[in-house]
Design a protein around this ligand. Structure first.
Ligand SMILES: NC(=O)c1ccc[n+]([C@@H]2O[C@H](COP(=O)([O-])OP(=O)(O)OC[C@H]3O[C@@H](n4cnc5c(N)ncnc54)[C@H](OP(=O)(O)O)[C@@H]3O)[C@@H](O)[C@H]2O)c1
Length: 265
């Protein structure tokens, strides 16, 4: 199987790194294209993959074409690629918000859409995978296999990718925002930066792993550490009074709404 990535940015590198290291695809069967020769040189040296500055020739013999350019670049690169891809090639798009019907443009192209997230860079990603109209079970399995090399992959309906964007695609930023403010508070309380960072990071990772391993719900675990009149209650009550929970729900709805807006052009 020959696989060509159009756009050799962060997400393409994350996926390529995973699939080459785990030998899902041989490096010699992976090709990356980009507009930066320097970037391609770096990736070729690091992963032993093929590279090209020419999108149409790079897709001509590919069995799988991964669209990994920014959505705003898509309209300018797609016409030249669509003409050149093999009729039976599978197209996998990691582009946020571009519907499979827009990519297909009325042509009979098999498309699978993937919504990844940045922890894929360290093999701990969470991706939603959705079949376009003509994609087969085998296509979904292949996309799952590729994305499983950089984290977990779950199947959803294409319409659900807007919610996936809110739940996992954009959500690393919410966690960073939480950490940013936890560390700002620690600083205001006079704590040494390095120690605060170490404690806060271990806590976020530990709390997530506790929830995963125990199988318990978030509110049950929260209640267990919140005794009436205690220190945790003082913190949680402040958050409740200030509407932090409602803000998170509103933020995620805004994220999904923006995803819909982008999809509708
Ligand atoms: N990063 C995320 O968290 C995330 C999450 C979910 C989905 N995605 C999706 O993943 C896709 C890639 O994101 P990214 O973060 O990897 O972006 P990125 O780092 O900007 O990667 C895109 C790459 O494509 C290159 N490029 C621009 N024009 C090109 C052309 N005509 N032909 C070939 N390559 C071209 C860019 O070069 P220049 O930089 O020189 O322009 C850049 O290296 C996006 O569609 C995004 O929506 C990303």
């Amino acid at each position: 199987m020959k696989i060509t990535f159009i756009g050799a940015g962060n997400m393409a590198e994350a996926i390529v790194s995973g699939i080459v290291k785990q030998q899902v695809v041989a490096a010699s069967n992976v090709c990356l294209t980009d507009i930066s020769e320097e970037r391609l040189e770096y990736l070729s040296q690091k992963y032993g993959v093929e590279t090209s500055l020419n999108n149409p020739s790079a897709v001509a013999d590919a069995d799988v074409v991964v669209l990994a350019v920014k959505p705003q670049i898509f309209p300018s690169v797609w016409p030249e690629i669509a003409e050149a891809i093999k009729p039976d090639a599978l197209v996998i798009s990691v582009m946020a918000g571009v519907p499979s019907a827009t990519i297909a443009g009325g042509k009979t192209i098999r498309i699978v859409r993937v919504m990844p997230n940045t922890p894929a860079l360290i093999g701990k990603g969470a991706a939603g995978i959705a079949a376009g109209e003509l994609a087969t079970e085998a296509d979904l399995q292949l996309a799952e296999k590729l994305m499983s090399a950089v984290g977990i992959a779950v199947r959803v309906k294409e319409e659900e990718l807007h919610a996936v964007t809110a739940v996992s695609g954009s959500s690393p930023a919410y966690v960073f925002y939480l950490l940013e403010n936890m560390l700002a508070a620690a600083d205001q309380m006079g704590m040494e930066k390095g120690i605060a960072r170490e404690l806060a990071l271990a806590t976020v990772i530990g709390a997530a792993e506790l929830m995963k391993e125990s199988g318990e719900e978030a509110d049950a675990l929260r209640n267990k550490v919140t005794s009436k009149g205690g220190t945790t209650a003082a913190a949680i009550n402040t958050m409740i009074d200030r509407g932090v929970g409602e803000s998170i729900i509103a933020a995620m709805k805004a994220c999904a709404a923006r995803s819909r807006e982008l999809a509708n052009g």
